[in-house]
Write a protein that binds this ligand. Sequence first.
Ligand code: NAP
Length: 244
Amino acid sequence: MRRVLILGGTAEARALAAELTGEGTHVVSSLAGRVRNPRLPVGEVREGGFGGPDGLAAWLATERIDAVVDATHPFAARMTASAAEASARTGVPLLLLRRPGWRESPGDAWQRVSSLEEAADRLAEGAAGRVFLTTGRRSLPVFTGLSGMWLLARSVDPPDAPVPAHVHVLLDRGPYTVEGERSLIHEHRLDVLVTKDSGGEMTSAKLVAARELGLPVIMVDRPAPPPGILLVDTVTAAAAWAQG
Ligand code: NAP
């Protein structure tokens, strides 16, 4: 039976595992193991890092993997680079499944930036006092030093370190609704939204709410994929490729 490794942690990875399982493919889904209570895909699941490209290359050989689909989050750049290197070394074919990024619509006021640090710089330059921060708990230290600002930081799991008094952590996990996002913006009197360009529908409601309410958005661009990597943007295309 064909054996496919899905590097996961996304809704697309779960959908792909469901689509491939039962179609004559043995799927192993891999999770980083950092979320406390992850949504699990169907089929076999392994958790934790491989130990860099060397570890992944060894693992692919031991597990007799025929193909790898990297369906990690668009900002999981280290895992993607590691998969590209392990694939080049072992000859195990690799596909990158990456959902499309978000596109600006009329009425949006987005500023695109290339890093979290640049997003923090833009905040520091602006007049905004109350910030809706959705860039993930691990990015929090980049923003907590900004003076004169209050942050609503929404994340799936709590931040590791204690947060200062001017940061309010909201633990939640998508999908979100436009109505819910609108209420949140009103309730906390938010002036600006900071987000990564994750793409997808699970978390896009905040962008619609921001547009409707005239809220500016600081959008952190995705890291570029490794050069030469084969890339698709739908689960259907990835499933067709993975079936060989
Ligand atoms: P990352 O910075 O690219 O990865 C750091 C290290 O974590 C990797 O080198 C690898 O360790 C391990 N790792 C990452 N993804 C893995 C996976 N699917 N299976 C096994 N090991 C994995 O990744 P990240 O941004 O921390 O993301 C971690 C996980 O969360 C991914 O599964 C991703 O899809 C998911 N996620 C990330 C975001 C985000 O904003 N970054 C958002 C939603 C979900 P080794 O080098 O030891 O192999």
